[in-house]
Design a protein around this ligand. Structure first.
Ligand code: SF4
Length: 100
């Protein structure tokens, strides 16, 4: 499965939502999450993310593996997002700070 990680937090550009063929993205006030039960591993969302927040689970660095559990849990607690939302205030500044 693919996993949304910390770079999304505070940006939440939601380009991922427009490329996902199976609506596996969920959302809260801070970021998006992928429902691992629905993800078909198409890989479309990873290059679509402006801040590189999405990676396949097997490629996550050791200190980011916990995002697998965060996505699984938060996907059960948050609504599906099926259309883009405006990026969060400060997203562009944060993206620049991330060197993106
Ligand atoms: Fe959706 Fe494909 Fe990304 Fe999985 S890898 S979340 S199916 S766009």
């Amino acid at each position: 499965t693919y996993v949304v990680t910390d770079n999304c937090r505070g940006c939440r550009y939601t380009e991922c939502v427009t490329v996902c063929p199976v609506e596996c993205f969920h959302v809260d006030d801070a970021m998006t999450y992928i429902d691992p039960e629905n993800c078909i591993d198409c890989g479309g969302c990873a290059p679509a993310c402006p801040v590189g927040a999405i990676e396949p689970d097997y490629r996550l660095a050791a200190d980011k593996k916990y995002w697998i559990d965060v996505n699984r849990k938060r996907a059960t607690e948050t609504p599906v997002i099926s259309a883009r939302l405006p990026a969060l205030p400060g997203a562009d500044e944060r993206r620049r700070a991330l060197g993106r």
